[in-house]
Design a protein around this ligand. Structure first.
Ligand code: SF4
Length: 1004
């Protein structure tokens, strides 16, 4: 797999000029671009629409434009706002800009629409009556929230008493859709009222009149429910994802001064993947871009996120909104053969005239810089099984014949559910595969058994969970013993737990062999040890105790070299994340309530993606087309292409937003749905670089034979509906039913041996402390029990953050505000006893009081709070966030101090100064400061809240800079080499959170 990006010339990584100055000349930025790319990058002021076909270097152009604006001094980095959609895309854009503009300090705001709006809202929460630390509800939590408040909503027909939950999801998607379309509750209510007025004259004795009256009442109910839902969210300090955009819009519309501030701040705005914006997001852009320096990059033919609210009319109508927009069409493709591009182009033209090509009278036919290549092939089979086997065989054959790697092949499916038979065929040929981003965390074996354990603790009479737990690793109670015990329990109407207790104590009971009896006894022993704790400890602690201490599962998986175990430990880490999220929302964090929460999540459709194992797998990629967007592979199999599945059937929203409220009017029709599916097919085809196979079969298990997808005919320009299937031998059809384990060919552990390595002070410090610790934390992401010091430190930092952010915005916070934030972020986790927790809480409040008192007299004023930096040094991208930088007025230039807050116990100024002098973190930050300001900071400072404020200051010396450089180099070399052998040392091991599971720990 390779992301479609062109590497930069080496000169881009070289340093020249003085520290703190941009190293790139605008000439360098342009030298490897084609004329149209250059035109887009160097366009001056005003609106710019970059229509970028697949593989034409869109992200390259977007990032070069940012760098060019800075290099040409058209804008300061902080005046540029670059927005995209996914965290992955934003991170990639940020990394690329970091490479181009290595100031050591990147002020350009690059992020997703949601993260940008979240930041704006937190900065101005008070104006909207929101708490600054409001919580964003995930989709599943939204469903739980609505379920909990269903009877607070003025619903009748949409909450049938026989099944009150029936319309829950439909209501949520209606509310979300309304926000995407920038429909406020007030607007919806006004519409409903209009309908009511219009039906006053309707006759209820006619069918039409009855329908109109009925519709008006339904809309009234929905509009009122929407308004109450929004009110309830606000009352509880919650917002949902769609709210982030909707509330930012409201803020800007209602507070002109705030809008003016952001307009002033961002002189250039750039949006990547503009075709994925929804109506509300475009409105937001129009409001912000008062100087009209709005650059949007996109491709209408790749708009595939209608289900997420994307409004294709945004890109189709950009020139209507900005009639003087400069238009650049990028049509030189650097990815695929001409044969693949021509075929994809043939297909997508069936969407005419609803395409930019027709609307704007431009040519969007792509011309390749690669070879002409072979036209895509269509392979049609009798059965799905034969189709799957043929795909697997073709992969195996081409890999052997052409000495390819497995990861040069990809199988793309329309939906996750279609992947399974293809995976099985790959298994039959022992071909390693990787099914990317598949959901189903809760279905993984290790998660199922862990959840069974929690369920049994929550309710020991839960026979099914007890059965599942007993049958799973680490107990593996034999199946016949379990069957006998379950049967007896049922016959005697007793609990399974009771029967197992008798079995554990009675040799020969139910003919259970001795080994089985011992296993049962072990299970009961664990349960008996954990049950009393379940009422005293939070879910995370309990779970950790069970997995780490009782069963040793975390230790065993973490120290295994098997990739499957690496995957398992990551899955467990994800489950711990769910538990942690629960701890933040739960009023009472105990296992019984967690099980209820989890059941509600599952019922709401939540089933997160499984952990992403950190292995550089040479494996065939199997993924959905949506997941494949932005990726490319040499050889692609686009499979299961049959009518009825691709295009998928059109389903209208169960409770649609009324047409009168929809601004993206093209969106509702069946034809529009087919166009969207065609674009999806187009995206899938253009993932292939060298060869593309389109496959289908006659028999997918239904009654009727299936026809190949209409899109295959459109792409190949032949009628494939009557194509006869290829026949395969009877023997091969039988062999495929054999049972087969997954291939044993182990993927290799990954290490970014070449290319850019991103490090932070934390990763460097962890690696230098102990490479094995680094592996536990950053490679395997082994879950650990949160230490009470982390809980304490986090709560203090949140309060300090509020204080500093407010101060920089010119607002003062009271001590009571700080205490409230501190208490809100407090978690009863990791403390030795309730007394310990109470004392620590008390200490935290005293520390805050001391901090507050100090701040009242401190002459220093923060110039920067929580500012991100990124700098390049010897192939390493060093990233970090300054807690606080003070620039004190003084001799020119102003005196600069880097300040970091600590909660560790340091009581004297001498010790504090020593800590500041020795701090690797501050040394690395001093390097970043020097890059940013072109000179070293005057001081580096640690402020310990212990609970008094104890300040340690040091003046950075050349030795400190040399130490920082050597540390970066040493950590980078080790990580690149994949050298993760433990370096146990008494002090390091004593403070290491992984000591309980580490076989190399040093006790003394
Ligand atoms: S316990 Fe010691 S040897 Fe083991 S990971 Fe931690 S620091 Fe390394």
């Amino acid at each position: 797999m390779r992301k479609g990006r062109r590497s930069l010339p080496f000169s881009f990584y070289l340093r020249c000029g003085t520290p703190g100055s941009p190293i790139l000349l605008s000439m360098d930025l342009l030298s490897d671009l084609n004329p149209r790319q250059r035109d887009a990058v160097t366009f001056g002021e005003g609106p710019l629409l970059i229509v970028a076909g697949v593989g034409t270097g869109k992200t390259t152009v977007a990032t070069r434009r940012i760098a060019w604006l800075i290099a040409e001094k058209k804008a300061l980095p902080g005046e540029i706002l670059a927005l995209t959609f996914t965290d992955r895309a934003a991170a990639e854009m940020e990394e690329r800009v970091d490479l181009l503009v290595p100031y050591g300090y990147v002020e350009a705001q690059i992020g997703t629409f949601h993260s940008f709006c979240d930041r704006v809202l937190r900065e101005n929460a008070i104006l909207l009556g929101l708490p600054p630390d409001y919580r964003i509800l995930s989709e599943a939590e939204q469903a739980i929230f609505l379920k909990d408040h269903l009877f607070d909503l003025p619903l009748k027909r949409f909450r049938p008493l026989g099944n009150p939950m029936r319309h829950l999801h439909a209501l949520l998607s209606l509310f979300s859709r309304a926000k995407d379309e920038d429909v406020t509750p007030a607007e919806y209510l006004a519409y409903a009222e209009r309908l009511r007025q219009e039906t006053r004259t309707a006759h209820s004795h006619t069918e039409e009149g009855r329908l109109r009256i009925e519709e008006a009442r339904a809309q009234q109910e929905l509009a009122e429910a929407y308004a109450v839902y929004q009110r309830l969210l606000g009352t509880h300090g919650f917002v949902d994802f769609a709210d982030l955009i909707a509330l930012a819009l409201r803020l800007f519309r209602e507070h002109a001064a705030v809008l003016a501030r952001y307009r002033e701040r961002y002189t250039y705005i750039l949006v990547d993947e503009f075709q994925d914006t929804n109506y509300a997001q475009f409105e937001l852009l129009k409001l912000l871009a008062s100087r009209r320096n709005l650059t949007v990059c996109g491709d209408d033919d790749q708009s595939i996120y209608r289900f997420r609210g994307a409004a294709i009319s945004n890109i189709l109508g950009f020139q209507a909104a900005y009639s003087d927009a400069h238009l650049v069409v990028l049509d030189r493709n650097y990815r695929s053969t001409q044969a693949i591009l021509d075929s994809a182009y043939r297909l997508i033209q069936h969407n005419n005239p609803d395409r930019l090509e027709v609307r704007s009278q431009i040519s969007k036919r792509l011309h390749t810089s690669c070879a002409a290549g072979r036209p895509p092939q269509h392979l049609h089979f009798e059965t799905l099984g034969e189709e799957c086997d043929a795909v697997a065989e073709a992969i195996a054959r081409r890999r052997a014949d052409e000495s390819r790697r497995w990861d040069e092949f990809a199988i793309l499916v329309r939906s996750n559910a279609q992947a399974q038979p293809f995976l099985r065929s790959l298994d039959l040929l022992r071909i390693p595969w990787r099914f990317s981003g598949s959901r189903g965390l809760y279905d993984q074996e290790e998660i199922r058994s862990t959840l069974a354990f929690l369920r049994v603790l929550a309710d020991p009479r839960d026979t099914m969970s007890l059965h599942c737990l007993a049958a799973s690793c680490p107990y593996d109670v034999p199946a016949d013993a379990l069957a006998a015990a379950t049967g007896l329990a049922r016959r005697q109407n007793k609990g399974l737990l009771h029967v197992l207790r008798v079995a554990a104590k009675t040799p020969g009971f139910l003919d259970i062999p001795e080994e089985g009896r011992e296993r049962i006894a072990r299970l009961l022993c664990d349960l008996d040890a954990m049950l009393p704790l379940s009422t005293r400890e939070g879910t995370g602690e309990l779970l950790y105790r069970y997995l780490a201490t009782r069963t040793g599962m975390i230790e065993q998986l973490s120290n295994s070299q098997s990739p499957q175990d690496a995957q398992r430990i990551q899955n467990l880490a994800k489950l711990f994340a769910v538990v942690e999220r629960f701890a933040h929302v739960a009023r009472y964090d105990r296992v019984g309530w967690f099980v209820e929460y989890l059941d509600a999540l599952i019922e709401a459709g939540d089933n997160p993606a499984v952990g992403d194992a950190p292995w550089d797998e040479d494996a065939v990629h199997v993924l959905t087309i949506h997941q494949a967007k932005g990726l490319e592979y040499p050889i692609v199999f686009l499979v299961a292409l049959i009518a009825g599945r691709f295009p998928s059937p059109h389903r209208r929203d169960p409770i649609p937003l009324p047409d009168a409220l929809i601004k993206d009017l093209a969106s509702g029709s069946a034809d529009f749905h087919r166009q969207e599916e065609r674009r999806l097919f187009y995206v899938a085809m253009t993932r292939a670089r060298e060869d593309l196979y389109l496959t289908s079969a006659l028999d997918y298990g239904g009654k009727r034979p299936r026809k190949p997808s209409l899109f295959v005919s459109e792409a190949l320009d032949v009628d494939v509906s009557r194509q006869l299937p290829q026949r395969r031998s009877a023997a091969s059809r039988i062999v495929r039913h054999a049972t087969m384990d997954r291939p044993v060919e182990a993927p290799r552990p990954s290490a970014p041996a070449e290319g850019l390595l991103t490090l932070s002070h934390r990763t460097i410090d962890d690696y230098l402390t102990c490479p094995l610790k680094y592996r536990y934390i950053h490679v395997l992401r082994v879950p650990i029990r949160r230490h009470h010091a982390v809980v304490y430190g986090n709560a203090i930092h949140q309060a300090i953050r509020l204080h500093n952010v407010s101060r920089i915005a010119g607002r003062e916070t009271s001590l009571a505000d700080l205490e409230a934030i501190f208490r809100k972020h407090w978690q009863a986790e990791g403390f030795l006893t309730p007394e310990h927790e109470a004392m620590r809480l008390e200490e935290g409040l005293r520390a805050l009081a001391a901090f507050y008192a100090y701040e009242q007299v401190d002459p220093g004023r923060p110039a920067h709070i929580e500012r991100r930096f990124s700098l390049l040094t010897n192939g390493v991208r060093l990233v970090g966030v300054f807690d606080r930088i003070d620039l004190r007025p003084g001799p020119t230039p102003a005196e600069g101090t880097i300040i970091d807050y600590k909660t560790s116990d340091v009581r004297t100024e001498e010790r504090a100064a020593k800590r500041a002098q020795e701090s690797l973190q501050l040394a690395l930050y001093a390097v970043a400061f020097r890059q940013l300001f072109g000179r070293a900071p005057d001081a580096i400072e640690l402020r310990f809240l212990t609970p008094d404020v104890v300040i340690g200051r040091a003046v950075p010396s050349e030795r400190l800079f040399a130490r920082a450089a050597a540390s970066i180099e040493r950590a980078a070399a080790g990580i690149r080499a994949g050298a993760f052998a433990a370096s146990p040392a008494y002090r390091a091991c004593r403070h290491c959170a992984y000591a309980p599971i580490c076989p190399e720990r040093r006790a003394e």
